[in-house]
Design a protein around this ligand. Structure first.
Ligand code: SF4
Length: 470
């Protein structure tokens, strides 16, 4: 097919939803680490427990701040009293760990037996004196990273809408903004005031999405270079430090799977959403910073050079993948941003599978993907929402991509058939945001190619019989 025959716009399809992904309750693994004073209680069955125990790997030996409330026969047949059972467990958590918040994670079972978690929580909260946040991160409705979305949407409702009276205007942002506090650490009051003047006068900006602390600092500093002050992050390091959100504040997302949180911030908290591509890859980070600048009427400084410099430092990795093709089976919603970045690296994307596609929240990212494909002169990929893994495997056999980004269920079977694979879940846990982490992202993408190049001479690239005789 020549470029001239390419469809003008992206092509969206929807399949059966018969695909592998992590259950959204897995979000407790990274959220309990992020929110240091939280405790996550997953209210489900042994199925959920087995999943968490296995998926979390070695983390489960580190006394994690999460637990399962395992439902018994008596709970399901309503012979036991839900309220009393949960109260007993929450009091035990309060006694043993004394958290600042308990997050209840609803599961498939609580949905099916219609446990009224949202109804029970406020009553119990008042009785035991610890905030209880309810998130229904179940496998019936959501996929993997969307679990974080449900938790953050629930937390968005808990952000204070006014600073406590005791804080003065200047203290206000610092007290609630631990990053700012960190950046100002060791500085005298006058220096801090002097620094304040380096910021452009713009309406408050809150960023949402859970990222490791070093990445939070990097992105905050990246915006600071443009004179933009980040007034807070949702979530913060501690539940007690959730940012103040007043009507009219601006908000911007850092991850593509946060559409419910974005909706909650807009509808319930009356914030203005800055719809930008996501800061993944140097191209995405630049577009993200530029969009935020444009909303505040700021002309971005030095982004051209910064981006060019990062691309130059990536060249040794980029040359390994330039001209190669990639196929995303789709399981974590980061796919569109990654596909856009890999196209910019010179790859051709056959298909982008994705569990759920919010075309409004991801509009800027989709537009950038389209633009990048046109600029790089490669065909636009097919976007397959709710993919069917069986059909995808048939397409992979036909297309013979150089790299398949997929879950662990298909990785080894495909490798044994001579197809390079990258395990998709690693992208969720690795630090891939911002300018400086672009290298880590490519490190992951190129690893299987580098490894298989090294092993090529052994002549073992296919390890299964081509045709099994039955
Ligand atoms: S899909 Fe449902 S039953 Fe399975 S682990 Fe997730 S919440 Fe539990």
């Amino acid at each position: 097919m020549t470029i001239a025959q390419q469809p003008e716009a992206l092509n969206f399809e929807c399949e059966t939803g018969n695909y592998h992904t992590f259950c959204p309750i897995s979000c407790v693994a990274w959220l309990y680490q992020k929110i240091e004073d939280s405790f996550f209680l997953v209210i489900g069955t042994k199925t959920c427990g087995y999943f968490l125990q296995n998926a979390m790997g070695v983390m489960i030996f580190a006394e994690p701040r999460y637990a399962m409330a395992e439902l018994e026969e008596g709970d399901i047949s309503a012979q036991l009293n839900d309220y009393e059972e949960l109260k007993r467990l929450c009091l035990q958590i309060k006694r043993d760990r004394n958290p600042s918040v308990i997050v209840w994670i609803g599961t498939c079972t609580t949905e099916i037996i219609k446990t009224d978690l949202e109804g029970l929580a406020p009553k119990l909260e008042a009785e035991i004196g610890i905030p209880i946040v309810v998130a229904r991160a179940n496998g019936l409705d959501y996929a993997f990273t969307q679990g974080e979305d449900t938790v953050l949407a629930a937390m968005a409702n808990r952000c204070p809408s006014k600073a406590p009276k005791a804080l003065t205007e200047t203290d206000k942002s610092d007290e609630r903004n631990p990053i700012q506090k960190l950046l100002n650490f060791g500085k005298k009051k006058e220096e801090v005031i002097q620094e304040e003047s380096e910021y452009v006068d713009h309406p408050p900006l809150i960023l949402f999405g859970s990222l490791p602390d070093p990445v939070v600092t990097q992105l905050t500093l990246e915006l600071k270079k443009q004179g933009i002050k980040v007034s807070g992050w949702l979530p913060a390091k501690r539940f007690t430090e959730l940012p103040i959100i007043e009507e009219g504040y601006y908000v911007a997302g850092v991850n593509p799977f946060l559409s419910r949180t974005a909706t909650t911030l807009m509808r319930r908290r009356k914030c203005k959403l800055i719809g930008a591509p996501f800061p993944i890859g140097p191209d995405g980070t630049r577009a993200w910073v530029e969009k935020i600048c444009s909303v505040f009427g700021i002309t971005p400084q030095g982004l051209d050079e910064r981006e060019a410099q990062i691309w130059a430092s990536l060249e040794d990795y980029v040359k390994l993948i330039r001209g190669k093709s990639v196929f995303f089976m789709g399981d974590n919603l980061l796919e569109i941003s990654q596909a856009r970045f890999l196209v910019r690296c010179g790859m051709m994307v056959h298909e982008v599978g994705i569990p759920y596609m919010d075309k409004r929240y991801q509009a800027a990212e989709l537009a950038l993907l389209e633009k990048t494909c046109q600029e790089m002169g490669v065909p636009l990929p097919k976007i397959v929402e709710k993919p069917d893994n069986y059909n995808q495997v048939q397409r992979i056999y036909e297309l013979k991509p150089d790299l398949v980004i997929t879950g662990m269920a298909h990785a080894n079977p495909l490798e044994a058939r001579g197809i390079n694979t990258k395990w998709s879940v690693e992208f969720t846990f690795a630090q891939i945001h911002g300018f400086t982490n672009a290298r880590d992202l490519l490190e992951l993408v190129t690893r299987p190619l580098r490894r298989n190049n090294n092993l090529k001479d052994l002549g073992w690239d296919k390890l299964v019989k081509e045709e099994a005789k039955i």
